[in-house]
Design a binder for this molecule. Sequence first.
Ligand code: C2E
Ligand code: MG
Ligand code: MG
Ligand code: MG
Length: 286
Amino acid sequence: EAKDRGGNVALLYDQEMYQRLAQRLVLESEIKDAIKFKQFSLSLQPQIELSTGRLAGFEALLRWQHPVRGTVTPDEFIGILENSPQMIELGYWVFQRSFQLAKELIGKGYPDIRISINLSAEQFLDPALPALLELWLDDLGLSAQHFELELTERTLVQNIDITLSAMRQLKAQGFYFSIDDFGTGYSSLSYLKQMPVDIIKIDKSFIFGMLENDADYQIIISTIAMVQKLELKVVAEGVENRAQLQLLKQHRCDFGQGYYFARPLNEAQLAEFLEHKVPNGYLMLT
Ligand code: C2E
Ligand code: MG
Ligand code: MG
Ligand code: MG
């Protein structure tokens, strides 16, 4: 009987593995077309300085407009593309597009704008990364100071030596670094000491719970206090309502990002947002 069950589990496991592999092969080949046929876009989600309401920048979030499947969210394909050459290629596309968007925003009268870019682990293992970024920045006449590279605690622990040396090189070029989804991965407190990190992004799961769950609340306020003592900056992700905003402000959280301010915006929505929601660069909250 036990053997039966074991057999079934193995079968199920094989099927899942098979499905995952098949899905991955399809996605890998589709992604080549997707880049070629311009099915990808970046949506920009505003980041607001909480003490002033100033629009500090945007996080660039990948969107895939699949001809048959419709909008595919990054959580549905980034995990599957992990460790594939397509992920590197897609990552480079994200950089180039983010650079163009920054250039446009600067041209529209946002000279200090900053765009945050998500990187996956394998991008750091690519030795060509720093030189290519330098080249593309030069082409557009842009400074690296306009860009923040987001990595997760998971990325940090994967290839610590290579990641660290890539980070140091990119830091020397002028890029900022943030740790994304802070608090959900492996303990990163020791990394904070050795890594050239500028910003901590508190994971949205803590913000979602902060009004009802005392543990979430305590984690948030102690993270903010620690970040301030280390003289870094802190961003709260997933701010969805006014009560969360008030509490975060009270504890002097530097920046907020979330549906309360704005959802990730496509090109048309971005133009609308800039024109109507942020006159003079400051967000009007209703
Ligand atoms: P992330 O970097 O933590 O991005 C924040 C996610 O939270 C985004 O989901 C955003 O839409 C969502 N979000 C923001 N504010 C709120 C809120 O108030 N409420 C709720 N419920 N959600 C909120 P999205 O766009 O689906 O992206 C998911 C993840 O995919 C990202 O998480 C990031 O890890 C990854 N990702 C996105 N773009 C890229 C990319 O260009 N490269 C890589 N490597 N990963 C990316
Ligand atoms: Mg992010
Ligand atoms: Mg996050
Ligand atoms: Mg994430």
